[in-house]
Design a binder for this molecule. Structure first.
Ligand code: AP5
Length: 215
């Protein structure tokens, strides 16, 4: 069965972590606008250059750019799409509804991952990822088994994001509360919303998400 879902939550809520599990466990396709924008930056495209400073400040990139990125990737959905970090504004949510309808797909669930601000700061400031395969780690809650070596692919290229600092994080949180949190009511009214406690252990969060997708 094909399922399309949104993972909704503030920066550091665990969206990327849970999306990667769903890809592995269910063969779903992760569509992360953050990853797409970072790829555009590192490949030096015109668009990548334009958005770099905006991302580093922690502000949202314009709706037309991210909607365009999602439109480009909405094919070959495997067992369904996981929208990770998209939509983030009401116009993006409307656009997603239209794009899915155009391609004969539907949105099955929106999982809101709830985490308090103090925990988000700890998570973001301790996060690092494998520069080769993208696996996500944390200095305290999910260190690599061998220091500095990725558990998944064995690479020793670990990276920290330019926007994972206290100043950008404040802006990212403000952007979330001002522009993204209205989507909680939007999807509640559409009868698609499931809320999970994102402060729980990663395995427990994964179990709740699985339960929401299987009912
Ligand atoms: P994006 O890349 O989407 O970043 P984000 O939303 O800020 O989310 P994060 O990736 O920081 O966090 P996450 O929820 O994925 O958490 P993770 O799983 O890594 O966006 C970056 C920027 O791009 C934006 O600021 C904006 O400029 C632009 N952008 C992107 N999309 C856009 C859009 N649609 N519109 C406009 N602009 C857009 O987990 C965090 C840490 O916590 C990790 O270290 C992890 O190991 C740990 N952790 C995870 N779960 C748990 C747990 N249950 N317990 C303990 N630790 C945990």
């Amino acid at each position: 069965m094909t399922i399309n879902i949104i993972l909704l939550g503030p920066p550091g809520a665990g969206k990327g972590t849970q999306a990667r599990r769903l890809v592995e466990d269910r063969g779903m396709v992760q569509l992360s606008t953050g990853d797409m924008l970072r790829a555009a930056r590192s490949s030096g495209t015109e668009m990548g250059k334009r958005v770099a400073a905006v991302m580093d400040r922690g502000e949202l990139v314009t709706d037309d750019i991210v909607i365009g990125l999602i439109r480009e990737h909405l094919s070959a959905g495997g067992q369904g799409f996981i929208f990770d970090g998209f939509p983030r504004t009401l116009p993006q949510a409307d656009a997603l509804g239209e794009l899915l309808a155009e391609t004969g797909m539907q949105l099955d669930a929106v999982i809101e991952m709830q985490v308090d601000d103090e925990a988000l700061v700890r998570r973001i400031t301790g996060r690092f990822t494998c520069g080769s395969c993208g696996e996500v780690y944390h200095d305290e809650t999910r260190p690599t088994k061998v220091p500095g070596v990725c558990d998944v692919c064995g690479s020793d290229k670990m990276v920290r994001r330019a926007d994972d600092n206290a100043d950008s994080l404040k802006t990212r949180l403000l952007e979330y509360y001002k522009k993204t949190s209205p989507l909680i009511g939007y999807y509640y009214a559409k009868d698609r919303l499931t809320q999970v406690d994102g402060l729980a252990e990663m395995d427990q969060v994964a179990a709740w998400i699985a339960q929401a997708l299987d009912t």
